[in-house]
Design a protein around this ligand. Structure first.
Ligand SMILES: Cc1cc2nc3c(=O)[nH]c(=O)nc-3n(C[C@H](O)[C@H](O)[C@H](O)COP(=O)(O)OP(=O)(O)OC[C@H]3O[C@@H](n4cnc5c(N)ncnc54)[C@H](O)[C@@H]3O)c2cc1C
Length: 696
């Protein structure tokens, strides 16, 4: 500790390694006023490789191409991200931007997305043209208002009611716009019976889980509910035999089947326990074990859960590789559907770097946090007795000509991260440009220009490790040697590569022929569309970003695609490009009826920012943005069965002066997402932050 001459107290010197969501959350809380309003006086330095914060959520503006936003992949926040939204609301509040700039407030930065679309195949394996459009209601409150979440057995009423509402929607026609089917008497009678049985069951289901209030139920309640649910399960089985080709009936049955198996499973395995008590089991197997029918085992709702978290071992997106821990996935599903405030999804209104990491950077900088860009952690060195971190070896990738590196550029009044370092500020700028070096690439052909060895007691007292788990073998070899818990974690917590593409069109989405928009089924919202062709299974219309880009040609639409990537694929952008070409030419006609026909795609509608130049279709396609996330810390953290218990506690990890931060630690919510990374960052430093309130 450092003696503080002003206060007579001690300043803790904290080295924050990496600038992703987890470590930035830790830095935010370490500099946040306590309950007494006093701001802690820590001396904090962030060491970040390359030129920008954000990690897997980093984005950059490409100055050579209309300042287009280039992302690691599609990022959408969920309305249940209580801790993440609380922080962002406070960050925007503290930023206090003038009203006339873009993203002046957090409400400008995030907008609701209530509709999602899932693609499905019929029994013969053909894609159905009648895609599954799920419209979710707007709920009271705003994301971040949550005060707590339910225990596993608190959601029974919500689950039953949810299915009842789907059945009611079936009858009032909301669920089957465009349907060609006439519903048979048997279907109608069956659904009415199912509805009545569910209604009866609500009597035993206790009260709805609402706004964090926990209402314990008795064992007697659970016994009766279980009996009622087992009866409903029989009815669902009968329904599957009746459905024939009635897609709408089948969809209701899928939802009912998942909900009922979840209720029975939670009563049998989870009451009074945390969700992750069953994380050694695989989610689908667990649902099947609790009576879910085989018909539902790979329906779109199930598949969507695997797709959104890239949950495929070795990145090979086939059902046999799908692996999700049962409890964590149940927790995630329940939070997504029943714990959101305002909207199920919240879409960012600029790149994630611009929306999240630029505001956090500005606030932390104002709070006195120091940022060392181009500082690459090479090694965390523990003491010989394995109790503390003794030293940090940091490679300096480039040196700044004068003063601090200023990392942001202003585009249309918005502070943004560039897609390349601002080379003019660097002594080695010309050389980096000439050699075309990517300083985020662990294998770049570039040597550090200097090395710092930071010492415990002299340069730091405490360390926040915010690199992701994929980097641990590279930078923590001695910790792995010293502690079995670290070795087991690295072995059992799996990661996966991901791939992403972005296309810019001179047409808007209706002109592309987006079928749901054409027939009014997406209620005027932009598309978020999934469970489609692997590996690029997800498409989102992100055209809300276009007003913040600076193209010299008219742009009507930007489409983001994303998915898992096989371990066996070469780590080049040819992979997403060719995967996307396959989707565009062979399947996209199902969604975009004008832009694509079987075997053909309107590549001439893609834009290049050079008005008047004659450009071939291939050149247009290749100039779009394609990305693979294959660097160690870019690897997406999976929640495979049997892994949660091997995650390390972020505060008690075997080294007394080390906190871990990120979505890969044991944080009570073991799924790879922003909220989990925020929780990881908070729990890592909670002991130093008396004012911290964690919503869980
Ligand atoms: C393609 C994709 C799509 C996703 N979509 C969503 C979504 O829609 N919603 C959602 O909630 N989540 C999504 N996620 C997950 C989300 O991005 C992560 O949960 C979150 O960003 C993890 O943050 P983190 O702090 O744990 O780690 P990271 O983001 O990995 O941060 C690690 C930090 O360490 C830095 N670093 C790495 N090596 C070094 C080094 N040697 N020295 C110094 N610094 C270093 C990195 O640059 C980075 O700043 C997605 C992830 C991917 C890959």
């Amino acid at each position: 500790m450092q003696q503080d001459s002003d206060t007579g107290g001690f300043r803790m010197r904290i080295a924050v390694l990496g600038g992703g969501v987890g470590s930035m959350t830790a830095a935010y809380w370490l500099t946040n006023p306590g309950p007494d309003g006093v701001v802690p006086d820590h001396d904090i330095t962030v060491y970040q490789l390359g030129w920008r914060l954000g990690g897997k959520g980093a984005s950059g503006r490409n100055a050579a191409m209309g300042n287009r936003i280039e992302e690691h992949g599609l990022h959408i926040w969920m309305g249940f991200y209580a801790n993440a939204f609380r922080m962002m609301r406070a960050v925007y509040g503290e930023l206090n931007r003038p009203a006339d700039v873009p993203l002046a407030t957090w409400k400008d930065a995030f907008k609701p997305q209530t509709v999602i679309t899932m693609m499905e195949k019929d029994a013969s394996g053909q894609w159905m043209e009648n895609e599954w459009v799920v419209a979710t209601p707007i709920m009271p409150g705003e994301p971040g208002d949550q005060t707590g979440f339910g225990d596993p057995c608190d959601y029974h009423f919500n689950l039953i009611n949810w299915v009842k509402e789907r059945i009611e929607a079936f009858f009032d026609g909301r669920e089957h716009h465009g349907s060609q089917h006439t519903h048979l008497d048997a279907h109608v009678l069956h659904l009415k019976t199912l509805h009545a049985a569910l209604h009866e069951a609500t009597v035993h289901a206790g009260e709805p889980h609402e706004r964090g209030k926990r209402k314990p139920k008795t064992e007697h309640h659970h016994l009766l509910l279980r009996i009622a649910m087992e009866g409903v399960q029989e009815l669902i089985g009968l329904g599957f035999r009746l459905t024939g080709k009635c897609v709408e009936l089948q969809r209701v049955l899928f939802l009912a089947d998942i909900a009922v198996a979840t209720i029975i499973g939670s009563i049998k395995d989870l009451c009074g326990k945390p969700f992750d008590a069953i994380d050694d089991q695989e989610w689908r197997s667990w649902l099947l074990q609790h009576g879910m029918h085989q018909e539902s085992a790979w329906c779109s709702v199930i598949r969507a859960m695997y797709d959104i978290v890239f949950a495929y071992r070795e990145g090979d997106a086939v059902p046999k590789n799908a692996d999700l821990a049962a409890g964590t996935t149940t927790q995630t599903m329940l939070r997504i559907y029943f714990d959101y405030y305002e909207s199920i999804f919240m879409k960012m209104q600029a790149g994630m770097g611009d929306t999240i990491f630029a505001p956090i950077y500005e606030v932390l900088k104002k709070r006195g946090v120091k940022f060392k860009f181009f500082h690459r952690l090479r090694e965390v060195v523990p003491s010989d007795d394995g109790t503390v971190i003794d030293a940090l070896r940091i490679g300096v990738q480039a040196t700044v000509k004068t003063g601090d590196y200023e990392p942001l550029v202003t585009i249309k009044k918005l502070p943004c991260w560039p897609s390349q370092p601002i080379l003019e500020q660097l002594v080695q700028g010309d050389e980096l440009r000439a050699k075309n070096i990517d300083l985020e690439d662990y294998d770049a052909d570039w040597s550090d220009v200097d090395e710092l060895v930071l010492k415990r007691g002299t340069d730091f007292d405490h360390v926040v490790f915010g690199l992701s788990i994929g980097a641990v073998p590279y930078v923590c070899p001695s910790l792995l040697k010293q502690k079995e818990s670290w070795r087991t974690m690295v072995e059992r917590v799996k990661v996966v590569r991901t791939q992403a593409s972005q296309l810019w069109f001179n047409r808007n989405v209706a002109d592309l022929g987006w079928t749901s928009a054409l027939n009014g089924r997406c209620f005027g919202e932009r598309a978020v569309f999934g469970t489609f062709i692997e590996p690029m299974d997800t498409w989102a219309d992100m055209s809300q970003l276009l007003p913040l880009e600076t193209w010299s040609v008219p742009v009507g639409n930007v489409a983001y695609f994303c998915g898992a990537m096989k371990d066996s694929d070469p780590a080049t952008t040819d992979v997403p490009r060719e995967n996307l070409r396959n989707v565009l030419e062979n399947s996209m006609y199902l969604a975009w009826t004008y832009a694509a026909k079987p075997g053909k795609f309107h590549y001439d509608w893609l834009i290049v920012d050079e008005p008047g130049r004659v450009v071939s279709d291939e050149e247009r396609f290749r100039s779009q943005y394609f990305r693979v996330n294959t660097q160690p810390t870019e690897l997406y953290v999976l929640s495979v069965s049997g892994s949660t218990k091997h995650r390390l506690d972020p505060a008690n990890n075997g080294y007394s002066n080390l906190s871990l931060a990120g979505d890969w630690v044991y944080n009570g919510f073991a799924i790879g997402c922003v909220e989990a990374a925020v929780l990881g960052g908070m729990k890592g430093v909670q002991r130093f932050c008396p004012g911290m309130e964690i919503v869980e």
